[in-house]
Design a protein around this ligand. Sequence first.
Ligand code: ATM
Length: 214
Amino acid sequence: MLKNKLIVIEGLDGAGKSTAAQLIHNYLEQQGVEATDIVYLREPGATKLGEKLRTILKDPESDITPFGEIMLLFASRAQLIKEAILPAIQNNKWIILDRYFYSTLAYQGGGRGYDKSLIKQLINNLIPAELQPTVLFYLKIDAAVGLARVKGYTELDRIEQSGLEFFYNVATEYDNIFAEAAVEHKFAIDAGQELSSVTEDIFQALHSIWQTLD
Ligand code: ATM
């Protein structure tokens, strides 16, 4: 029996989180989970307020202080928890969550160098144990490779324009976070591999969880 059915996907931009989300969705359906029992959410965003904040956060024209950035991210997160995550957990649905509080530790803590104790305090205030994920996928990719992938398909947004060094710092922090994360099922996936290998690794990870379920 899992504490909840919250699956979080984390990783640098260009690591393939959307593809991973789709693969997880497919796996769940293959196991007989109804599509209506699977909720896909992303951060920042996925609520009316959250999507507005996402637009502001990504807009290269937005001049936002590091503190303000954290506040906007947590405003989006608080709304998402109230409107979507909590109800989905209460209704025993699977949730595939594209980014969660680990991103704030990695990007604002590691990348921007903002005081991590403040970020941790906000996390502790907002997110009790029952809203922590049961499954964590960390898609690991070299920062330069990830950024090159993003540049290949879109204009860089405000955060993506932060430079390569920023992304290497985010990556280092992600490695630390993943090592320390107290999550029942956590998997680091090599996202630099061919898609077929990434798919295989994700399915294998999910299968190992599935075997523990009755
Ligand atoms: P995607 O979810 O589309 O990858 O982008 C969201 C952006 O917000 C991403 N930008 N870049 N580069 C990461 C950033 N972000 C944070 O900086 N902190 C956070 O807490 C979250 C949830 C996202």
